[in-house]
Design a protein around this ligand. Structure first.
Ligand SMILES: [Zn+2]
Length: 473
């Protein structure tokens, strides 16, 4: 769909077009365009509000809008990826518009912005965890995001000559966002661990909620039992799982790789790629903005990859319990095999030390196919916290690793063994983290059901020194 309009700022005729998925999305986008380009907006530069500026900026970085400017009026902002854009939109709608949106641009000076950010830093999250009576403070990362977004919006305002000066020059992010002050970081790791009884409730909830997709439950169980890191669990492939010996070899992880320029030739500085130089020569405009890597016509695709390069992390072999092995066996049985030709192509791709996740034979997959992304993984665990009515405050996916650590300590497994299973670089770190956790003798404790006694004995058998050794190095 497309729209011709007169830019209220430059009075030039412009054209915009976008590809939308459905009618509803098209209607929404059209309504926004009309709002932005409509007559009620044309005379409003003087009385524009922060909300108006934020909406204009959002529109400018919207990747769905192709900018075919009729005039030589150039855009200096780069469109962002759609998912990023949706994040911006949500931050603006949730935090900037309600608290600061109605402020007129003429009144949005450094004092007003400072006051708004101070209020923001002192505000509460919109989410109250189950079991808690009050909402936790707004997270430090969200405060920083809002600060950055506001900064970008004002920078855009200056560029478009909608405001005279940038009100945030020299302004530091609000104080609450310092990492050391986050209440999450202050919590004791053992306290952040999920008790095994609670984990069982979460697994039961996942089982009831996703009966057709056992991968989600098994992924969470694997985390709680083996302490695999998120990137290790999400990047686990079947060739690393030995169900007969009941071990998982941990030697790879899911990583995100940035897009790269694939254009050949010489660069003029760090940002000015050969394709930018070619575009400048072709257009006769030597000031054309540098082309971002993801827009390079010869781009090397970034995205999610399986990284088997062991330099960045250590290899280890982790024993798994009978129960988990049974869950994994069920998962493997239920997976749909690939067509032969496809399987061969993927097998070849997997020979590289880093290969695209689409070629991976993943253990844990998303319900709609493909890998479990970090955000889906985070969402799942939080849904399970809510569903099982476990306090989520201060807990996240990493809590599963703490669960594995504390459970093994309580079951009486020696620290050096636990260190190897978890892949901790030093024993000191483990000792410091879990100094308060003491071994309980495996009586009728639920722990024994989790780390079965047999598992420990087998681990002791596995090496002459009574330890599981990392393979290779
Ligand atoms: Zn390029």
């Amino acid at each position: 769909m497309g729209l011709d309009y007169v830019d209220p700022l430059t009075k030039r005729t412009r054209q915009r077009s976008a590809t939308v998925a459905d009618y509803e999305e098209g209607e929404k986008l059209l309504a926004r365009w009309l709002l932005l380009t409509g007559e009620q907006h044309a005379d409003e530069v003087g009385s524009m509000t922060v909300a108006g500026l934020a909406m204009r900026w959002l529109d400018e970085v919207d990747p769905r809008i192709a900018r075919t400017a009729v005039s030589d009026h150039r855009f200096t902002e780069d469109a962002v990826l759609l998912d990023t854009w949706r994040g911006y939109e949500s931050e603006i709608a949730t935090h900037i518009l309600p608290g600061f949106g109605r402020t007129a641009l003429s009144a949005a000076d450094d004092i007003a912005v400072g006051a708004y950010l101070a209020t923001l830093a002192a505000s509460k999250s919109r989410r109250t965890p189950i079991g808690a009576t009050t909402a936790p403070p707004l997270s430090a990362s969200m405060i920083l995001k809002v600060y950055r977004r506001l900064h970008q919006i004002f920078t855009y305002g200056v560029k478009r000559k909608l405001i005279v000066g940038h009100p945030m020059i020299g302004m530091k992010p609000p104080k609450a966002m310092r990492r050391s002050e986050q209440h999450v970081a202050e919590r004791d790791p053992a306290e952040r661990a999920i008790e095994w009884e609670d984990l069982e409730l979460m697994l039961a909830w996942l089982h009831a909620t996703y009966p057709e997709h056992p991968a989600y439950r098994t992924r969470v169980r694997t985390g709680g039992e083996t302490g695999l890191r998120q990137a290790e669990a999400c990047g686990l492939t079947w060739d690393r799982v030995d169900l007969r010996r009941r071990t998982i070899r941990v030697l790879q992880q899911l990583v995100y790789v940035e897009h790269e320029h694939g254009c050949a030739g010489k660069w003029a500085g760090r940002k000015v790629s050969p394709c930018t130089l070619a575009a400048r020569a072709a257009s006769g405009n030597p000031k054309l903005a540098p082309i971002a890597a993801y827009r390079c016509p010869y781009r090397r695709d970034g995205g999610w990859y399986i990284d088997t390069d062991t330099k960045s992390h250590q290899r280890r072999t982790v024993p798994i319990s009978k129960g988990l092995a049974a869950d994994l066996a069920e998962l493997r049985h239920a997976r749909t095999p690939l067509p032969d030709a496809d399987a061969k192509r993927r097998r070849l791709a997997r020979r590289a030390s880093r290969y695209a996740v689409v070629n991976a034979d993943l253990v844990f997959t998303a319900q709609r196919g493909g890998h479990i992304s970090k955000s889906l993984d985070n969402t799942l665990i939080h849904r399970a916290f809510d569903g099982a009515e476990i306090e989520a405050d201060g807990r996240n996916v990493h809590s599963l690793r703490h669960t594995a650590a504390t459970t093994m300590i309580r079951a009486g497994i020696p620290l050096p063994e636990i260190q190897v299973i978890l892949g901790h670089s030093s024993l000191q770190m483990l000792e410091r983290y879990y100094s308060g956790v003491t071994a309980r003798t495996a009586t009728a404790d639920s722990v024994s059901a989790f780390v079965d006694v047999e598992r420990r004995e087998r681990m002791l058998d596995a090496s002459p020194h009574g330890m599981v050794l990392p393979d290779g190095n």
